[in-house]
Design a protein around this ligand. Structure first.
Ligand SMILES: Nc1ncnc2c1ncn2[C@@H]1O[C@H](COP(=O)(O)OP(=O)(O)OP(=O)(O)O)[C@@H](O)[C@H]1O
Ligand SMILES: [Mg+2]
Length: 382
C-alpha cells in the first residue's frame, strides 16, 4: 500500500453519529485529518471555516440533503474543486444518478467496507492533488510567459528607435555620396564606391532589423489583445493589386511570375485595410521567398455568399503534414528555406493567423510535400 496523502483534511458529513464515528476512525487510523459534520448546514459552515481536500457526504439527511449540499458547494467558485464522494445505503441507488449530475465524483455504499472506502478516498485525493499541481504549473507558466512577453516588448521597443536612426543616417550618407561631384581621381572613385557599398549594406541590414523588431512588437501587441482594428468595408481587388505590385520586383528578380485572377466587380469584405495589406503581403512574399526561381504564383480572389476567399498558390517545395501542424506557431522556421537569400524569422504566419482571427476570418494551408502550397484566407463579406 502507498502511504496516504498525509495531512489531507477530509470532511465527513452524516446525520447518524455512529456512521461518523466508524468512518472517522477508519480515516484517522490511516493518517488523515477528519472534520465531522452532523448535518448539511453544519457541513457548509465547516467548509467555510477550513477548506477540506475531500468531502464524504451522506446522500439522505433530514432538512438539507446531500444533493443540496453538493449543489451549493459546486456553485461556489471557492469550493467547486473539492471532490465529493456520496455515502449511500444500497436502497438509495436511484438517487445516485442525481448525485453525479450535481457534481459528485464517486460513491461508497453503506455498510462500509474499509479497504474500499480508503481506496476511493486515496484515488480522489491523488486526482485532486494532480489537478491542483497542473493548475499551479499552468498559472506559473502564464505568469512567466507574460514576463517574457513584457521583456521582449521592452527590448523590441527600445531597439526600434536606435535602429530607425541607423537606417535614416545610412540613407543620408547614400544621398550625400550620390550627390557629390564626380572626380576623375582613381582613389576618390574607389573610396566613394566602397562607402556606397558598405552604407548600402548597413541600410539593408538595419531595415531588416527594424522589420524584425516590428514583427516582434506586432506579435506581442496581438497576444496581449492590444491591437486596434478599424473594421470597414474594404474592396479586396485594389488591395490585392497593390500587394502584388510591391511583391513584383523581388519576384521578377527570381524570374517568377505572379498572376492575379479576380472578379471585375468590387469584392468588399469587413476588415481593417492596413492589416489586410499586411496579411496578404505576408502570404505573397512567402510564396516568392520559398519558391525556386522561374516558378509561377497564382493569386485568386473568390466571392461566396457569406465570405470572400483569397488563395495564394505557389509551385514551391510544399509542406509535410508535420510542418503544416507547426506552420502558424511562433518562430516556426520549417523545412522550406528561402531560395534567394531572403531573411526568415518564422513570425510572419503566426501574426497573420492572429490578425485574420481578430477580424473574424480564417486562414489555412493546403499542401502536399513536393507539390507546392496554397494558402487560403477567408474574410467575412461586408
Ligand atoms: N509558401 C510556402 N511554401 C513552403 N513553406 C513555407 C511557405 N510559407 C511558409 N513556409 C514555411 O513556414 C515557415 C514559417 O513561415 P513564416 O511566414 O511564419 O515565417 P518566415 O517566412 O520564416 O519569416 P517572416 O517572419 O519573415 O515571415 C517558413 O520558415 C517556411 O519554412
Ligand atoms: Mg514569412
Amino acid at each position: 500500500m502507498q502511504p496516504p496523502l498525509i495531512k489531507s483534511l477530509i470532511l465527513v458529513v452524516d446525520d447518524i453519529t455512529k456512521n461518523l464515528q466508524v468512518v472517522g476512525t477508519v480515516l484517522r487510523n490511516e493518517g488523515y485529518k477528519v472534520m465531522p459534520a452532523a448535518s448539511g448546514t453544519d457541513a457548509l459552515k465547516c467548509v467555510r471555516a477550513q477548506l477540506p481536500d475531500l468531502i464524504l457526504l451522506d446522500l439522505l439527511m433530514p432538512e438539507m440533503d446531500g444533493l443540496e449540499v453538493c449543489r451549493r458547494l459546486k456553485a461556489d467558485p471557492l469550493t467547486q474543486a473539492i471532490p465529493v464522494i456520496f455515502l449511500t445505503a444500497s436502497n438509495e441507488m436511484e438517487h445516485l444518478v442525481q448525485g453525479f449530475e450535481v457534481g459528485a465524483v464517486d460513491y461508497v455504499t453503506k455498510p462500509f467496507n474499509p479497504p474500499e472506502l480508503l481506496a476511493r478516498v486515496r484515488t480522489h485525493l491523488e486526482l485532486k492533488h494532480a489537478r491542483d499541481t497542473i493548475i499551479r504549473y499552468g498559472q506559473e507558466l502564464s505568469r512567466l510567459n507574460e514576463e517574457k512577453n513584457e521583456f521582449m516588448g521592452i527590448a523590441a521597443h527600445d531597439l526600434r528607435n536606435p535602429l530607425g536612426a541607423i537606417t535614416g543616417y545610412a540613407e543620408m550618407v547614400l544621398e550625400e555620396v550620390g550627390s557629390l561631384p564626380r572626380s576623375a581621381s582613381e582613389p576618390w572613385t574607389r573610396v566613394a564606391k566602397e562607402v556606397t557599398d558598405c552604407t548600402g549594406r548597413i541600410h539593408e541590414t538595419s531595415k531588416r532589423m527594424v522589420e524584425m523588431v516590428q514583427n516582434l512588437l506586432d506579435a506581442n501587441r496581438i497576444e496581449r489583445g492590444e491591437m486596434k482594428l478599424n473594421l470597414a468595408a474594404t474592396d479586396l481587388g485594389p488591395t490585392l493589386n497593390q500587394v502584388i505590385e510591391t511583391q513584383r520586383p523581388p519576384a521578377t528578380a527570381k524570374q517568377q511570375k505572379i498572376h492575379l485572377e479576380s472578379e471585375s466587380v468590387p469584392v468588399a469584405v469587413l476588415a481593417d485595410p492596413g492589416v489586410t495589406v499586411q496579411i496578404l503581403e505576408n502570404l505573397v512574399s512567402n510564396a516568392v521567398k520559398y519558391s525556386p526561381p522561374g516558378r509561377e504564383i497564382f493569386v485568386r480572389l473568390k466571392k461566396n455568399a457569406q465570405s470572400v476567399r483569397v488563395e495564394v498558390q505557389d509551385q514551391g517545395p510544399g509542406l509535410s503534414v508535420e510542418d503544416q501542424t507547426k506552420l502558424f506557431g511562433k518562430f516556426a522556421r520549417l523545412s522550406a528555406k528561402p531560395t534567394g537569400g531572403e531573411h526568415s524569422t518564422g513570425l510572419g504566419l503566426s501574426i497573420v493567423k492572429k490578425m485574420v482571427e481578430a477580424m473574424n476570418g480564417k486562414v489555412w494551408c493546403e499542401s502536399e510535400l513536393g507539390s507546392g502550397a496554397t494558402f487560403i484566407v477567408e474574410f467575412p463579406a461586408a
